[in-house]
Design a binder for this molecule. Sequence first.
Ligand code: UD1
Ligand code: MG
Length: 449
Amino acid sequence: MRQLLVIVLAAGEGTRMRSALPKVLHAVAGRPMVAHVLDAALAAGAAQIAVVIGPDHDKVAAEVRRVAPQAEVFVQAERRGTAHAVLAARAALERGYDDVVVMYGDTPLVRPDTLAALRVPLAEGAGVAVLGFRPADPTGYGRLVTEGGELLAIREEKEASAEERAIGLCNAGLMALDGRAALDLLDRVDDANAKKEFYLTDVVAIARTLGRTAGVCEVAAEDVAGVNSRAQLAEAEAILQQRLRARALEAGVTLVAPETVFLSADTSFGRDVVVEPNVFFGAGVRVEEGATIRAFSHVEGAHVGPGAIVGPFARLRPGAALGQGVHVGNFVEIKASDLASGVKVNHLSYVGDSSVGANTNIGAGTITCNYDGFRKHRTTIGANAFIGTNSLLVAPVSVGDGAYLATGSVITDDVPADALAIGRARQVNKPGLAARLRARLSSGVAPKA
Ligand code: UD1
Ligand code: MG
């Protein structure tokens, strides 16, 4: 097995994003771009990952540690070009890996297979291998200068002749280097060019002068789409959504109108899940076998148990955990709450910071009052309980197994198991008083025309 070092360049400013956030932290499918790139590096079997970030990019470093705790982070103090950025990871290169693959932090759609394909020429003796693609508009990309199928050099747009600019095959950015030769190649790169930058792409011509060959792999343009603007971020999002929908369908999920369902990279579905139109899945959702997510629901950080039914128009927020066969109906919001199997919350309710035992029925308009303006408090409801319509449970409070809350109750004290709790003003009927009241109120008022 050849040992692989992946170097991720993420020192870009991303000025065209017009954002306070470093570019590589902008998300596609609910996950920062750099996390997608790290996922691909890990899936490709990287023995080590080195990420090169810009100064003051502590947030990028934190995200890297979260996704790939074993990765090393290097800071490129000054932006002096892509070869200069790779050399910021010199300490990692000096350890001597078999293969080195350079990836860009703003190219989130790269597939692990592409990394594998790029390493094939190295195994066959090439000094470097680059990834080629044919963009609709090649402006701005380095052109791959070939002769008889052999790669001679990569010419950056600024240095390219008119003839070279006419070349349609461009450099996607990903590059693989023979790990034993990488430092020697990189140290020979200079900044004698239009941008006064150390171009990583120069290593192709340098390798050839040292008698090494350079390989090319070609991929579909959409796999290597780079993100430099919000418009390109939206394009990358659209491509990734297509892939995620295809993956869900392939896994046995029914998407009634796939193009209206928005998924996160980590959305996980069991077989025979049905998702109706216009549903949004934020990060961290697991939906188990046979569950149905009905139209216009918003689901994030939630676990939906087997056979559960959610929506239409439901909102599951982080920490919502629904057991087997739970029903959560229209205009219901669930946050940080465990609903055991068979629980029903079908209409117009808020259940937050709560646990609800099996088969309890929560009536329409029930609210757990979990916040006092300073702290969140928990509500505990047992199994087989009945929470009457329009009840308010003022947390912290608990309701025992089998208890029954009368409709319209405001529950401030714990309710023992099997008790009936009535927490509302008593009704008073005054016979005949309606007619007298009407007479009094209407005196001196002209009847309506
Ligand atoms: C680069 C390639 C070009 C290729 C294109 C594909 C070079 C010289 N050119 O051009 O052949 O067609 O990508 O998109 O490599 N970076 C740093 N530090 C630096 C400079 C860049 O970390 O000092 C990072 C950037 O954050 C980015 C990546 O390297 O992730 C590429 O840099 P960028 O300036 O976008 O290069 P391009 O001009 O697009
Ligand atoms: Mg670029």
